[in-house]
Design a binder for this molecule. Structure first.
Ligand SMILES: *[C@@H]1O[C@H](CO)[C@@H](O)[C@H](O)[C@H]1NC(C)=O
Ligand SMILES: *[C@@H]1O[C@H](CO)[C@@H](O)[C@H](O)[C@H]1NC(C)=O
Ligand SMILES: *[C@@H]1O[C@H](CO)[C@@H](O)[C@H](O)[C@H]1NC(C)=O
Ligand SMILES: *[C@@H]1O[C@H](CO)[C@@H](O)[C@H](O)[C@H]1NC(C)=O
Length: 204
């Protein structure tokens, strides 16, 4: 009797969970245009339900400059990220494969053996983009969610910030956890770091 009751409540919980997940099934921006999305972005804010990622971010909470490049006819694009590490500008590149859904991309993150699905949930191409990344680590099948706010500049409008914050709440995360915008001066892919330039040359 008791076992039957708890199985029943598990089933109820299970279907409630399914509904909740279905409700936040990610969708990318309608009529997404890849070429307009390319170019320079700054990652101003980020939140994740992965404690390791958040700890890593808190240790180095800097604005990440990204340069996205798509070669026409190729079914992928490259994102080059530049961040400060010990006062020098470090670049990393990631190749994202396009999928059949515009605004949805796939890449494999070797360091965590993770398959990552990225969605451009909202963008106006000219000012902001709100990104959702769902990762599945292998072989544990651990799933994590990251939500990122991109801007074409190091500033953001309150309206774009609101879109980001509502997506954060929708995914059950707290806006208090968001790590944002600790700029240490610009460090750009392929270019020189404007403020770090002298620090770097003095330090080496
Ligand atoms: C990118 O896509 C093209 C075909 O569209 C393919 O030939 C190339 O190998 C891909 N590059 C990477 C790094 O996966
Ligand atoms: C940064 O510098 C510290 C101290 O000099 C060093 O212990 C650390 O390994 C360096 N980190 C990187 C990523 O180079
Ligand atoms: C980011 O930093 C810039 C300049 O330091 C500031 O003007 C802007 O308000 C900050 N944006 C956010 C979202 O904190
Ligand atoms: C870097 O250092 C040089 C000489 O030491 C100086 O002339 C230049 O203005 C400095 N640049 C920046 C961006 O501070």
């Amino acid at each position: 009797m008791q076992i039957a009751a708890s199985v029943a409540s598990l089933l109820v919980l299970g279907s409630a969970w399914t509904l909740q997940v279905a409700a936040v099934q990610p969708e990318s921006q309608a009529n997404f245009d890849l070429d307009q999305f390319m170019g320079r972005w700054y990652e101003l804010a980020v939140v994740s339900d992965c404690p390791h990622y958040m700890q890593h971010k808190r240790e180095n909470p800097v604005v990440v400059a990204l340069e996205l490049q798509h070669v026409a006819s190729e079914s992928n694009f490259t994102a080059t990220a530049a961040t400060f590490r010990n006062d020098s500008c470090k670049e990393t590149s990631t190749v994202y494969s396009l999928t059949d859904t515009p605004g949805r991309f796939f890449h494999h993150f070797a360091r965590f053996a993770a398959d990552v699905d990225s969605f451009v949930v909202h963008t106006d191409y000219e000012e902001y983009a709100v990104m959702l990344q769902l990762s599945t680590e292998k072989p544990s099948e651990t799933k994590t969610t990251k939500i990122k706010l991109y801007s074409r500049s190091t500033d953001i409008s309150p309206a774009a910030l609101k879109l980001f914050q509502s997506l954060v709440r929708q995914h059950g995360m707290s806006n208090d956890a968001v790590i944002k915008n600790h700029s240490k001066g610009e460090c750009v892919p392929g270019g020189q770091a404007t403020e770090a330039k002298n620090v770097t040359s003095a330090g080496v």
